[in-house]
Design a binder for this molecule. Sequence first.
Ligand SMILES: [Mg+2]
Length: 230
Amino acid sequence: MRSYSKIEVIGFDADDTLWVNETFFRDAEDEFCTLMVGYETENKARQELIKYEMQNLAIYGYGIKGFVLSMMECALELSNQNLNPEVSRRILEIGKEMLHKPVDLLDGVRETLEAVSKKHRVLLLTKGDLLDQERKLEKSGLSEFFHHVEVLSNKLPKNYKELLDHLSVDPATFLMIGNSLKSDILPVLELGGMAIHVPFHTTWDHEKVENPPTDKYQTLSRLDQVINLL
Ligand SMILES: [Mg+2]
């Protein structure tokens, strides 16, 4: 049995840990492929879109706005720069619809934050568009539980290190909880912190990890299972 007795500060990921997110991207990708019928097969359109998303991450960062630009660039390319104006209009609209989606909390989230924030300093650490993450946090009604909120451009070990240094948090006393092995679990373990993985039912290809070191962190099926561990 792992002991979390040294833990003083707990970081929570937001998207697909506290609320639904990836599902909206999957739905948008599905619609994008449908819009590309006539230019390209569904499989090829999906592959190409993912390629543009990956290429553009370094310049646009994570979030919906970058995703819309990638859809547009990919559609222009697949249509040989001869995209139906109706399709471009719809692509922009898909993005705006995503930015207005309701915030759907996952099971047990509120209870978990309520319990955990009584005994620990609680941080919200997320990637994505600043404005969109602020909107979701506000709509979630969860702001009161967080001592600090940080929207990071990336979740590499150096991003965590800079933040923990800035907040004077010793990594040995830090626990990160999230759905992404690549962004929430592995970088924190690398710094000497602890991590708990709570997988979401779907994972973006970019966040997938081959052969993760499963003996170094705990995996839970629901977020509220952490209440009894801490
Ligand atoms: Mg996440």
